[in-house]
Design a protein around this ligand. Structure first.
Ligand code: ADP
Length: 601
């Protein structure tokens, strides 16, 4: 498909394709696509360094092995990655590479993509990878944007795209409020299925965008915005193919004939699920998820606060309210810079100079908006029937108003496309697509996140805010801090948006991220999740006891994956064959993702 054809084609929908958009969001998705393609200048480059062959196997042996796998799975279920790399966009994303690459686009690429249709076929692929010592990399949907998308960490890995053919909702239980899904089920699809069954007594929890896989997002410990926002905490039961090919079911799933796999997560014995999240120890082929009861009413609220310095006292107010569940969901405190960007207009609309958009311009823009001038905006939701909400909202109101100049925004004054309404839908478990808008800030907009965790305290929030601000100013990058407040901690999410066709801006973004990770670690803060390119650095900051935790992870890796075939390097965990050969990506290794070969048998 040519670029023009790609831009003109319609957005794929559910249920036509498992990764499609629900019809209630189709118009919005069409608009989003238009905006993205209008500002795209990055050409589709001629492919370089073809064929892509992973290190550790000769080219001919590799091509022979691919032919063998093709024979086993059927020709239509294996694609060699030798066509131009097509970035697409959120709803038509590639499964061959990171569409938002911060490196040269040929660095983190798959050699081929395979499409298993069952757990047995996943086992077959794993057996094949062990036989030929070929790295494989599982994805569910491949929309892990900002953290590497669909890209494998080791160049030339064979990507297992689980979602294309394994996308069934195996069970929705309206009495237990649980479901059981395969990797290709998106939040959009789960929401649609529950609506179609008329189960309006049950809610799902969705991240900001609903196109990700429920399994993919959960195993990477993603979050959403209802009281069930901690997806990992809300899952119940896994089916996993191990790197040596055996299948296990965790928790109650290990008991033949059980009827509690999705209702009691632990079973008996060690709780093994943890090692399958943010790791490379297994391929999840089924997962149970708990669903939230419809709370019988809800009401979004928004407060604004005038000054940057309001951050610290505000955190002191938020903490006790959040821990005692008066503030009931993973709410967001966003900086005005992001409120402006969320409108989806290019940065050049506001400012054409270099460096961050001056604060005076941001405030002038905010003053003209329906929300009015502010520095911080808090988005929250109260759940339950109105008399219960009223009690909580009154408490929140009296506390928030202790900040001079605090304003409660009346939702009835906000137009339908105001960002507030997107937060309202997401916090009510209705997946949306609006969050994508700020990617239009630059042409060829891509994003990568800095996501440190801290207690909900004024001193911590200020330290992280100052750290981020300083580095963004140094590298001339717009600073968009958003604090996502969990129960006893908060994630600061700073998305850096950059032009992925501009090497200088990409390099600046990566240098800024590397500095922030190190600065934060010096102060005792670590990231909760990170991009493939930063995984070695972030894993390296968790170094207590002379790297005792990583040594433990490596022991598990070597025991479970003796041939080191499954997602080598993911989350900084390198199998024995790769260690000591310069595979880690650090500031010193620059922009190169590959090391010096692997140990041969
Ligand atoms: P999403 O589309 O939900 O955002 P992805 O499918 O891109 O998520 O998955 C995010 C990351 O989690 C992937 O890069 C992969 O490393 C890991 N992952 C995804 N699905 C699985 C799975 N079924 N088993 C093991 N790891 C997985």
């Amino acid at each position: 498909m040519s670029f023009a054809e790609e831009a003109a084609s319609d957005v794929p929908t559910l249920p036509g394709t498992h990764s499609g958009i629900p019809t209630y969001l189709l118009e919005k998705a069409r608009k989003a696509k238009g905006g993205i393609f209008e500002t795209r200048t990055k050409p589709r480059a001629e492919r370089q360094r073809l064929p892509v062959v992973p290190q550790g196997i000769e080219r001919d042996a590799f091509l022979q092995a691919l032919a063998e796998l093709k024979e086993e799975l059927g020709a239509e279920n294996l694609e060699v990655n030798d066509k131009p790399l097509t970035d697409g966009w959120y709803m038509e994303h590639p499964n061959t590479h990171d569409m938002m690459t911060i490196l040269d686009e040929e660095e983190l690429v798959a050699s081929a993509v395979v499409y298993p249709g069952s757990t047995e076929e996943v086992q077959q692929i794993v057996a094949w990878a062990n036989k030929h010592r070929i790295p494989i990399f599982p994805i569910s949907m491949g929309r892990n944007l900002g953290y590497g998308g669909a890209a494998p960490r080791v160049r030339g890995s064979v990507t297992i795209d689980l979602g294309k053919r394994m996308n069934k909702i195996l069970d929705i239980n309206p009495e237990d409020f649980t479901c059981l899904v395969e990797p290709g089920v998106s939040f959009y699809a789960l929401y649609e299925a529950i609506q179609a069954k008329g189960y309006d007594h049950m809610w799902i929890d969705s991240p900001d965008l609903g196109g990700g896989s429920v399994i993919g997002n959960t195993v990477d410990r993603g979050v959403g915005y209802t009281p069930y926002g901690d997806h990992w905490a809300c899952h119940a039961g896994l089916e996993v193919v191990l790197p040596t090919g055996e299948v296990i079911r965790t928790g109650m799933g290990a008991l033949p004939g059980n009827n509690t796999w999705q209702t009691f997560p632990y079973g008996f014995g060690p709780y093994s699920d943890g090692i399958f999240s943010q790791s490379n120890f297994g391929i999840v082929t089924k997962m149970g998820m708990t669903l939230m009861p419809n709370p019988g009413g809800y009401e979004s609220f928004m407060y604004t606060f005038p000054k940057e310095e309001d951050l610290a006292p505000l955190m002191e107010i938020i903490r006790p309210l959040r821990i005692s569940n008066i503030l009931e969901n993973v709410a967001q405190l966003r900086h005005v810079s992001q409120s402006i960007a969320a409108r989806g207009l290019p940065r050049s609309t506001f400012y054409t100079g270099s460096g961050p958009v001056p604060s005076s311009i941001l405030h002038a823009e905010a003053a003209k908006s329906p929300v009015g001038d502010h520095t911080w905006a808090y988005y929250g939701m109260a759940y339950g029937p109105s008399h219960i909400r009223a009690h909580k909202l009154a408490l929140i109101d009296s506390e928030f108003r202790k900040i001079p100049g605090a304003r409660k925004i009346d939702p009835s004054t906000l137009p339908a496309d105001e960002y507030f309404w997107s937060r309202d839908r997401v916090a009510a478990g209705i997946p949306d697509i609006q969050e994508l808008r700020w990617v239009n800030w630059t042409p060829n907009g891509a994003h990568v996140a800095f996501s440190p965790v801290s207690p909900i305290r004024g001193t911590d929030a200020t330290a992280l805010f100052e750290l981020g601000k300083k580095r963004h100013e140094q590298y001339g990058i717009d600073f968009w801090p958003a604090f996502c407040v969990g129960l006893r901690e908060m994630h600061l999410i700073v998305e850096i948006v950059f032009d992925r066709h501009d090497l200088e801006r990409k390099t600046a973004a990566l240098a800024c991220l590397r500095d922030m990770v190190d600065d934060a670690a010096r102060l005792g803060y670590g990231e909760y999740r990170t991009h493939l390119v930063l995984m070695d650095q972030v894993a390296g900051t968790y170094s207590w006891g002379d790297g005792a935790l990583m040594k433990f992870n490596e022991k598990i890796k070597d025991a479970l994956d003796p041939n080191g075939i499954l997602a080598p390097g993911r989350c900084g965990i390198w199998p024995r064959r790769y260690r000591g050969r310069g595979w880690e990506m650090t500031r010193e290794s620059g922009l190169v993702s590959e090391g010096r070969g692997v140990e041969m048998d």
